[in-house]
Design a protein around this ligand. Structure first.
Ligand SMILES: C[S@@+](CC[C@H](N)C(=O)[O-])C[C@H]1O[C@@H](n2cnc3c(N)ncnc32)[C@H](O)[C@@H]1O
Length: 300
């Protein structure tokens, strides 16, 4: 594990040294210590609440009391036992700290192992077609990878899509409201016309979805992507990908990830093949506990 962790940062350093992307903003500028301490306090308060909820019956579903109408029932849960699930400002404001803590500071770097692939694809479409590519981050959450992408390639017709208005608010601030449009909609019913998108990506979305919904989302990706379009799938490693399978076994029970175990057993190539996608051989990569898998939609 330790080797995989350090390899991740060595790979990012090599990509930056080779000029494949800019040094990320939060590595360039010193942190605001006061803000950091305030965030740490919120994090520890919430960690106590999560721990109590994890040991209580019904701790996973109390979000139902605050959920607005119209959201899918699988979505309305306290995922990770976090307060309010995806549905409140405090949840959205603490999320990045929680994820970085869970992955001991590796989360953004794991996401960015997909960044050179996205930038290459943006350059390819822009170069071949002489226009700004349409790029959509599905289940963008707080928009971490979308922001890194647009810092490096601002001339993109970019969208962040998520079901949570609270997370979209944080994403809008982090990414910049002028850089992308943000849309509240379900991944399984995308508000884009057939064959209208050049590039799609999702980060840590599919493991949060029931199996049937994963199939519907894959079908939507196929519908909205142009023939020959590109989809970059970034999510947890799966069984057999690393020597760390034992971690995948305990994780879903400990942190209330109801669909994670089934996701870790999902044949991704088969899931996306049904929508006419083929994996881009040779570009896949394992980034510590994350797997980056690129797909291209068939031309027909
Ligand atoms: C684990 S978070 C990942 C967020 C972000 N992509 C990241 O890199 O951290 C999952 C996100 O997917 C969103 N989400 C879950 N189910 C969704 C659905 N059916 N349609 C759209 N967004 C969904 C959640 O609101 C949440 O923001």
């Amino acid at each position: 594990m330790r080797r995989a962790f350090f390899r991740l940062f060595a790979e990012e350093a090599a990509d930056i040294a080779a000029g494949r992307y800019r040094v990320p903003a939060d590595l360039r500028t010193p942190p605001d210590l006061r803000a950091l301490l305030a965030q740490a306090r919120r994090y520890y308060e919430e960690a106590g609440t999560i721990s109590r909820r994890a040991h209580r019956r019904g701790g996973a579903v109390e979000t139902r009391k605050i959920a607005p109408a119209g959201l899918p029932s699988y979505y309305v849960q306290n995922f990770h036992f976090q307060s309010d699930g995806w549905l409140s400002d405090p949840s959205a404001e603490i999320y990045d700290t929680q994820v970085e803590s869970l992955f001991t500071g590796a989360a953004d770097t794991m996401r960015r192992r997909g960044l050179p692939l996205l930038l290459d694809e943006i350059d390819r479409v822009a170069g071949e077609e002489g226009r700004a590519p349409v790029l959509v981050d599905i289940g963008c959450g707080t928009g971490r990878l979308l922001a890194d992408c647009l810092v490096n390639r601002p001339h993109v017709d970019a969208f962040g899509l998520d079901l949570s208005t609270a997370y979209l608010r944080v994403a809008r601030n982090h990414v910049g409201r002028d850089r992308a449009a943000f849309i509240q909609a379900p991944a399984e019913q995308l508000p884009f016309a057939d064959h209208s998108v050049d590039i799609l990506f999702s980060v840590y979305l599919f493991h949060e979805l029931p199996a049937k919904v994963r199939e519907r989302v894959a079908a939507e990706f196929s519908r909205v992507l142009k023939p020959g379009g590109y989809y970059l799938h970034i999510d947890s490693v799966q069984y057999g990908d690393t020597a760390m399978d034992i971690m995948l076994e305990g994780f879903p029970r400990a942190v209330h990830e109801p669909y994670y175990d089934a996701y870790c057993r999902q044949d991704l190539d088969a899931l996306f093949a049904s929508g006419g996608f083929a994996r881009v051989e040779g570009d896949e990569r394992i980034a510590f506990l994350t797997k980056v898998t690129p797909y291209r939609r068939c031309e027909a």
